[in-house]
Design a protein around this ligand. Structure first.
Ligand code: FAD
Length: 261
């Protein structure tokens, strides 16, 4: 049972509050208040910490942990693939509540946002550290720290995301992201998540060459690297097949400027 909600005014106060037994940071509460995990007894609201802002600058786009998914969509300068990942939550009500910090705090297996952040080489700033942690390392380690913000470097690179789910409101069975280098840098990559246990990042040098390897070659690359686990809506063979086709389509589409995020 929730017995208290605290509203710290500084990060230091928030960290102190978290050391109390049963305390949890409150993002949008969509998971926390839905009985998804052990019920906390103390909620730590982040509303007074100034984390609900997005800064778009030459060096990159910095997204505060309390920014909602709808804010990502509504703010100019947020990379298109990040907006597209947020739009994959079909319910606007949910998008208005769900926060970037909550998504990172939970790291749900069917996240579409996190694979996009991986493709864009984002870094996560945690309370108490000066140096942001690369999102790939964050995803593996899943530190239990307070997320302050995420920064996406301004490299001019592009990415595109596609997901497979039974309905627009069902948990996802597959997320595929392709990233292409931009004029200013970045590396091509493919990020494949089976929304269960397996997430593979493919960064082969030949993906950065022009012309790109053929669709068939890219499909082969994906099938060799990706061993998804089946779920109730999609067999392992289906996931592997669709991931290969989507990844090849997205990479070729990005290279030809014909794919939107
Ligand atoms: C019924 C239901 C339907 C859902 N539908 C969808 C859907 O359609 N699409 C979708 O993408 N997801 C969906 N989800 C999953 C869930 O809503 C997401 O994972 C969401 O991103 C959680 O964000 P939040 O801000 O609401 O987090 P919260 O529920 O507030 O918190 C989630 C976790 O993150 C921690 N946390 C919060 N903020 C921070 C921070 N700044 N630093 C560190 N840790 C933090 C919390 O303590 C908690 O452990 C659904 C969940 C439920 C229960």
């Amino acid at each position: 049972m929730i017995t208290d909600i605290v509203r710290p005014n500084t990060v230091a106060e928030a960290l102190r509050a978290k050391s109390m037994p049963g305390a949890a940071y409150l993002g949008g509460g969509t998971w926390l208040n839905a009985g998804g995990g052990p019920e906390p007894s103390i909620l730590i609201s982040l509303e007074n910490l100034g984390l609900a802002t997005i800064e778009v600058a030459e060096e990159g786009c910095t997204i505060g942990a309390a920014v909602s998914f709808q804010q990502l969509i509504d703010t100019a300068g947020v990379p298109g693939a990040v907006k597209a990942a947020a739009r994959l939550t079909a319910s606007r009500t949910l998008r208005n509540m769900q926060t970037v910090g909550g998504e990172l705090g939970l790291c749900p297996a069917d996240s579409a946002l996190i694979p996009v952040l991986v493709a864009l080489d984002a870094a996560v700033l945690l309370a108490g550290s000066r140096k942001p942690l690369p999102i790939g390392d964050f995803w593996v380690d899943k530190p239990d720290d307070l997320v302050l913000s995420v920064t996406i470097p301004e490299e001019g690179r592009t990415a595109a995301v596609r997901a497979v789910s039974r309905t627009s409101h069902s948990p996802r069975s597959l997320v595929v992201v392709a990233g292409a280098p931009g004029r200013n840098g970045g590396q091509a990559c493919m990020v494949l998540s089976d929304c269960r246990e397996e997430c593979v990042v493919i960064r082969e040098p030949e993906l950065n060459r022009w012309p790109l390897p053929t669709r068939e070659k890219i499909e082969e690359m994906v099938r060799a690297a990706f061993s998804p686990t089946a779920d109730i809506h999609a067999s392992a063979a289906y996931k592997r097949y669709v991931a290969a086709v989507l990844a090849a389509d997205l990479l070729h589409g990005l290279a030809a400027g014909k794919v939107t995020a």
